[in-house]
Write a protein that binds this ligand. Structure first.
Ligand SMILES: Cc1ncc(COP(=O)(O)O)c(C=O)c1O
Length: 458
């Protein structure tokens, strides 16, 4: 039997974990495989760290969302929220499943068009839309949700230049009873601003108001807030009909459904917290169905992001070293940190061992490899005593990581897609220094031949 490495003794207080209404704390969980493919073999072939997406999980979640809403409302359209994850392959799967695109910048718009999405199947949102972006969007007949009076003025000028009315939606913020209402996007309902803006659109005569949009927040754990959102939007829609004769083509309720992730400092485990798509649909669809004549229903748009993609993503990482901190707590230093797992700032991502290392569990802090104090993937998690070289799987990882990641200190790793029939496709290659430096320019006078040791200060 090989002799195990010496480790300085320390006294650890064992807490067995108290019973709560859900019974004992769950036993040790592992992640040996992803979609039937052993994690160890993935690391052997593609290295570590490695990001893996499961195509079947994405398609299943999309089908679940579509089913939950289309069972309850006859005209629904999902628009994939690009900023949640705009890897081409992921967007292409969403589009194959029937999603349109929802974008918040001109370069997301370009990505969607490069994937073959027609402008009139792109929802254009966001607080900053440069004039040239709006011009392109109008030309393509994209669905623009205006945010401010300034956007109205710009769009009116564009409409005059084209000589035809431009159809627009307006983004509305509102109080749904949530602790902190998002008020910086769109125009406010309760203050009367939304009404004034609608009046301005109508009186300008150059734009045609055809839709209402609202995105009330993200990771919203209680469907009752959506119910209030739907009631407020429908009440406003009915006022628009009565006063201006507007018959809306669409109501867009944005995104925000919770994935099976765990927001930091929430009490209950995720499986008890995230409502099903059915629960969300139940609280939204009846309200809208009851508010419009059935032969003239607006299309219900959903811009679901994280709840569609989060569970499909995994980050595989390797323990680079272990140590004890002065507090006695055991620490793991992984080869992947917060530059990749950006969402670990806000969520307690699950960290699952890949190898069996016995049943004894101890509190750990999980650091990444960056030479920065903020690089903490989990500040407290019970794990068995893993060794250098062991692997862990970090999940759910699919939402907002591969868009917000940076190459700070460590480069971004490759991304692999596990297909429905056992295919393994690298959908983004690992970065290297050449990639990182390709946009830099080194002035001739600073080139190595001219610069190394060339300054003589004597
Ligand atoms: C306008 C809009 N739509 C959709 C989304 C996607 O939200 P989520 O990932 O919470 O579903 C966002 C994200 O913030 C958003 O700003």
């Amino acid at each position: 039997m090989p002799k195990s490495d010496y480790e300085k003794p320390s006294i650890v207080r064992h807490t067995m974990g108290m019973m709560n209404e859900f019974g004992r704390p769950s036993g040790q969980n592992h992640c040996y495989e992803i979609d039937g493919v052993p994690v160890e073999s993935l690391v052997k072939e593609y290295g570590s760290p490695l990001i893996v997406f499961s195509e079947s999980t994405i398609r299943e979640r999309h089908a679940e969302l579509h089913r939950a809403f289309s069972l309850r409302y006859p005209k629904i359209q999902i628009a994939w929220s690009y900023k949640t994850n705009y890897l081409n392959a992921i967007c292409a799967i969403m589009h194959q499943e029937g999603s349109w695109a929802e974008v918040v910048s001109e370069y997301e718009y370009e990505m969607a068009k490069n994937l073959g999405i027609k402008g009139n199947h792109i929802v254009v949102n966001g607080p900053y839309k440069p004039d040239s972006f709006l011009m392109n969007a109008v030309k393509d007949k994209a669905m623009i949700n205006i945010e401010s009076l300034d956007e109205i003025y710009t769009l009116e000028k564009i409409a005059s230049a084209y000589g035809e009315a431009v159809e627009v939606g307006m983004r509305i913020n509102m109080d749904t009873g949530m602790l902190t209402a998002w008020e910086r996007f769109g125009v406010n309902l309760e203050s009367g601003q939304a009404y004034e803006v609608a009046k301005r659109i109508v009186s300008g005569g150059k734009l045609k108001l055809v839709g209402l949009h609202s995105h009330i927040g993200t990771f919203i754990l209680d469907p009752k807030f959506y119910q209030q959102q739907a009631i407020s939007l429908c009440t406003f829609a009915s006022r628009l009909k009565d006063e201006f004769g507007i018959s809306l083509k669409y109501i867009n309720i944005g995104g925000g459904f919770a994935s099976r992730n765990r927001l930091k400092s929430t009490y209950l485990p995720t499986t008890y917290m995230a409502p099903s798509f059915d629960a969300y649909a139940e609280s939204i669809c009846n309200i809208i169905l009851g508010a419009f004549p059935h032969d003239n229903l607006p299309t219900l748009f959903l811009e679901t992001g994280r709840a569609l993609v989060d569970e499909s993503g995994y980050l595989i990482s390797t323990v680079g070293s272990t140590k004890r901190l002065p507090s006695g707590i055991r620490a793991l230093i992984l080869d992947a940190g917060v530059n990749i797992a950006v969402t670990s700032y806000w969520y307690d991502l699950e960290i699952l061992p890949v190898q069996d290392r016995g049943y004894f569990m101890e509190d750990h802090v999980i650091f990444g490899p960056l030479c920065m104090n903020i690089d903490v993937c989990r500040d407290l998690v019970k794990l068995p005593l893993l060794n250098k070289g062991d692997n862990v799987v970090i999940r759910p990882f699919g939402a907002y990581n591969v868009t917000q990641w940076t190459q700070f200190i460590r480069m971004r790793p490759p991304v692999l897609l596990l297909g429905m029939n056992g295919e393994m496709d690298v959908i983004r290659e690992a970065e290297d220094v050449t990639y990182l430096k390709q946009k830099e320019k080194l002035p001739k006078r600073l080139e190595p031949a001219n610069s190394v040791g060339s300054v003589n200060r004597e």
